[in-house]
Design a protein around this ligand. Structure first.
Ligand code: NAP
Length: 286
């Protein structure tokens, strides 16, 4: 029951009405018997500053941030976590007891959870990343945190790939190549893991594939696609047919939400329940 003592959490974005977070987070809050409610706040681009200050001033405990505000909201934070600084985006805001806003990013932790669930250890291994957008930045930081030794990034816009590399060259051997560069094909043939971070294959464009020859990938490589709608992209289907171990984006989505839940409440939620609720909702939405 929502009462005068119920504490408020939420997500800001535009558009926000299709967000899966209220369904997943409220199920986890109920299961943990916590007196919180999580809702979606539609915020227009021109109202970001006043919305963030308004949420803080109205006593909201914290909120998620999604498209298109993950980068822009950084300038409104009083402090940033290391992950938010490295990924250059905030997806979780914690309103601290003194009203200061702490900007965090739980996407790299979510990304790594997808690997940990399968017992995949990346220490000293080689990775290939497909794409260089926002999700790629979180995945790259996750790979580096997991002890990867080198990351080769395949891109269509080389400048974006090079910019991403620049921010991480101190951490590991990171290079960007155009998809049609022969050095990229060589990287695919040596990779222990290939991470697909473009929207190619995401609903409604489910027949699309990233411009990568799956036959060129090392046969023992794990293929990780960050897409979760559909749960089995063309890319993952073809990879599985060739005998690769595959991972989709569902574990990452749940784990980034679970980490945000922990940052706000101090309680670790039931992630298997969150996963079940997510799956049921995705099936319901078709
Ligand atoms: P983004 O910032 O727009 O980046 C998209 C990247 O894909 C860019 O590098 C872009 O290249 C590349 N790309 C797009 N269309 C392409 C094409 N036709 N050919 C080659 N490259 C193409 O998007 P994002 O926020 O990173 O999201 C990407 C995907 O990750 C989405 O499907 C999203 O649902 C998923 N995701 C999943 C989770 C999760 O929790 N599982 C979290 C975040 C994101 P250019 O730079 O050349 O445009």
């Amino acid at each position: 029951m929502i009462t005068g003592t119920t504490r408020l959490l939420g997500v800001i974005g535009a558009p926000i009405e299709h967000s899966l977070s209220p369904i997943i987070q409220n199920a986890a809050l109920r299961a943990a018997n916590l007196d919180y409610v999580y809702t979606a706040f539609p915020v227009s681009r021109c109202a970001l500053d006043s919305a963030v200050r308004g949420l803080r001033d109205a006593g909201v405990v914290g909120f998620n941030v999604t498209i298109p505000f993950k980068t822009e909201v950084m300038r409104l934070m009083d402090e940033l976590s290391e992950d938010a600084r490295r990924i250059q985006a905030v997806n979780t805001v914690v309103v601290q007891s003194d009203g200061r806003l702490r900007g965090c990013n739980t996407d790299a932790i979510g990304f790594c959870a997808g690997l940990e669930e399968r017992g995949i250890d990346l220490h000293g291994k080689k990775a290939v990343l497909i794409g260089a957008g926002g999700a790629a930045r979180a995945a790259l930081w996750g790979l580096l945190r997991s002890g990867i030794s080198s990351v080769d990034i395949g891109v269509r816009t080389i400048e974006k790939g090079q910019m991403l590399c620049c921010d991480f060259t101190m951490d590991a051997d990171v290079h960007a190549y155009r998809f049609d560069d022969s050095a990229f094909s060589t990287a695919l043939s040596c990779a222990d893991i290939v991470v697909q971070t473009t929207p190619m294959g995401m609903t409604p464009d489910i027949e699309k594939m990233p411009p990568v020859d799956i036959a060129a990938i090392h046969p023992a490589a794990v293929l990780y696609d960050l897409i979760y709608t559909p749960d089995n992209t063309c890319f993952l289907r073809e990879a599985a047919a060739r005998g690769h171990e595959t991972i989709n984006g569902e574990a990452m989505l749940v784990a980034q939400g679970a980490e945000a839940f922990f940052l706000w409440t101090g309680v670790r939620p039931d992630t298997s329940l969150m996963k079940r609720v997510l799956r049921e909702e995705l099936v319901r939405r078709g």
